[in-house]
Design a protein around this ligand. Structure first.
Ligand SMILES: [Fe+2]
Length: 245
């Protein structure tokens, strides 16, 4: 009668030879380390390619937005500040990763103005009721321009709803509260903040503390009160980011 275990195939005999087992384990470890290094380098390459692609997207969108609004010297910096403030507020709310294309929407919000006649856009005096009706079509024109582009689906929502107000008094659809997509509620706050804190032809920039109070005060009417509360403490940290030296 054979010894117990002697009929086992070759591989399990390693279990009885600690040195052979150690050599085999070393080979496995080396193989796994090699595979891990290769995969990691591939992941890094993919990450770099993705980052380059993202930069290319952003630059393309920025160019498009600037071309649309090139007439207004103020607008270029306004768009960039809205993007920076908007993304900071999205981060503070913890929703930036859920809306990766929001920054494109912040840049493109007024792209639809390309379809508004120059005589209305640049009219020195107040607009008539009929002219306002035309002006108020720009969010939908912008939406039609960008909503067919797959990577701008989320951005298109911001373009469409950037003039809606929390209490339902905005346009084009008079949406209220949570009916308005959250990134569009974020945008209306940073847009108003930038308008208040920069010089305009008819008045100097308002103090930051005043702008922050105003936004908080308009929480529940023009703005989402919860988003406005998160924005107020960010204000002083945000302004130096894009203010030219
Ligand atoms: Fe607009």
């Amino acid at each position: 009668m054979s010894e117990p275990g002697s009929e086992l195939p070759e591989f399990p005999t390693l279990a009885r030879d600690p040195e052979a087992l150690q050599r085999q384990l070393l080979l496995f470890t080396n193989d796994i380390t090699e595979i891990y290094k290769r995969e990691r380098s591939r992941a890094e390459e993919l990450e770099a390619a993705l980052s380059e692609l993202k930069t290319a997207y952003l630059e393309t969108i920025r160019s498009l937005a600037f071309v649309v609004e090139a007439k207004d010297a103020y607008t270029g910096q306004h768009l960039e500040r809205c993007r920076v403030y908007g993304m900071a507020l999205m981060q503070a709310l913890g929703i930036a990763d859920d809306h990766p294309d929001a920054e494109y929407g912040f840049l493109l919000h007024d792209a639809g103005k390309v379809g508004i006649p120059e005589r209305i856009l640049s009219k020195p005096g107040p607009l008539t009721a009929a002219e306002w009706r035309v002006m108020r079509t720009h969010p939908l024109i912008g939406y039609q321009m960008v909503s067919g582009i797959p990577f701008l689906k989320g951005a298109a929502e911001i373009v469409r709803y950037h003039h809606e107000m929390f209490d339902g008094s905005g346009y084009p659809e008079g949406l209220r509260a949570e009916e308005i997509p959250l990134p569009a509620r974020v945008f209306s706050i940073v847009d108003a903040f930038d308008a208040m804190t920069t010089d305009r032809p008819y008045r100097a920039a308002l103090p930051l503390s005043y702008a922050a109070e105003e936004i908080d005060r308009m929480g529940g009417t023009q703005f989402d009160p919860d988003v406005a509360k998160v924005f107020a403490p960010l204000c002083e940290r945000l302004v130096p980011i894009t203010t030219p030296a």
